[in-house]
Ligand binder design. Structure first.
Ligand SMILES: NC(=O)c1ccc[n+]([C@@H]2O[C@H](COP(=O)([O-])OP(=O)(O)OC[C@H]3O[C@@H](n4cnc5c(N)ncnc54)[C@H](OP(=O)(O)O)[C@@H]3O)[C@@H](O)[C@H]2O)c1
Length: 248
């Protein structure tokens, strides 16, 4: 129980990678704040599961992370829930293409809001509690933060900004709070209605030296490593099967 007595806030924790991170931190003893936006049923189901394993060890909070006031409230409620806050995992994200010529302000708000604005303002709002706890932040980034994906320019820029945020906050929050990032490659395919999705996925797999997608476990192991390591800060770990070893 490496994280016994610790409390973690995971954003976008109702489904997919966020839910697996939440489960792993909880299995390792942490109390959990499960943040969600629209996925109320899944978030509450996860809360029930975790509380069935350990009574009063998990709670859900809803918030649209594009709303700055909601971020302050989320930080405040998360600290009060279990009397401290040790870890913040900035996982929530929007991901969709924005083709040049069609990019509009709504895309800007959605993509910047979830991938950059929220990690910045939520980290700032949580900082006093994290500092008191000598805690840590992990930002979920993307390999496309450092190498662009065609037709996703806005998304790539938001993740690049969030990657710089890791380094900037690591400097400003030291020595009490460590700040690191994880840049996944292909872990879980996005939910899409694209009829050519399988074909595109096969093409992408051919560019991955390890020739397969990663598992959610490959991400949760990395989160645990970063939270447990007391001398790494400002670092971004790629979990991509070697994908970025190819230039394109
Ligand atoms: N999946 C991959 O293979 C992959 C690859 C590279 C990077 N990543 C990164 O890893 C992280 C997890 O990936 P994922 O695929 O599991 O994520 P995801 O399913 O695309 O999104 C996670 C959650 O983010 C929440 N969210 C989005 N916009 C929000 C907003 N404005 N306010 C509050 N919540 C918001 C949504 O919550 P609700 O459902 O509650 O609305 C959503 O369920 C992301 O940061 C992603 O960029 C993933």
């Amino acid at each position: 129980m490496l994280l016994a007595g610790k409390t973690a806030l995971v954003t976008g924790a109702a489904n997919r990678i966020g839910a697996e991170i939440a489960r792993t931190l909880h299995q390792n003893g942490a109390n959990l704040i499960i943040h969600y936006r629209n996925s109320s049923a899944a978030a509450h189901a996860l809360e029930r599961d975790l509380n069935a394993e350990r009574n009063e060890s998990a709670i859900c909070y809803q918030a649209d992370l594009s709303d700055i006031e909601a971020l302050d409230l989320l930080a405040q409620k998360s600290t009060q829930a279990f009397d401290s806050l040790d870890f913040l995992i900035n996982n929530a994200s929007c991901f969709y293409p924005t083709r040049l010529g069609e990019i509009n302000e709504r895309d800007w708000q959605d993509l910047i809001g979830s991938n950059f604005k929220a990690p910045l303002f939520l980290s700032q709002a949580c900082y006093p509690s994290l500092r008191e706890a000598n805690g840590a932040i992990v930002n979920m980034l993307d390999i496309y933060a450092s190498s662009p994906l065609k037709n996703y320019s806005l998304y790539c820029c938001t993740k690049a900004a969030s990657q710089m945020l890791v380094k900037s906050l690591a400097l400003e929050m030291a020595p009490q709070v460590r700040v690191n990032g994880i840049a996944p490659g292909a872990i879980l395919w996005p939910e899409t209605s694209d009829a050519n999705a399988v074909e595109k996925q096969q093409a992408l797999l051919r560019k991955i030296p390890l020739n397969r997608t990663g598992s959610t476990e490959s991400i949760t192991q990395t989160v645990m490593f970063l939270l447990g390591h007391d001398y790494i800060t400002g670092e971004v770990i790629r979990v991509d099967g070697g994908r970025l070893l190819h230039s394109a």
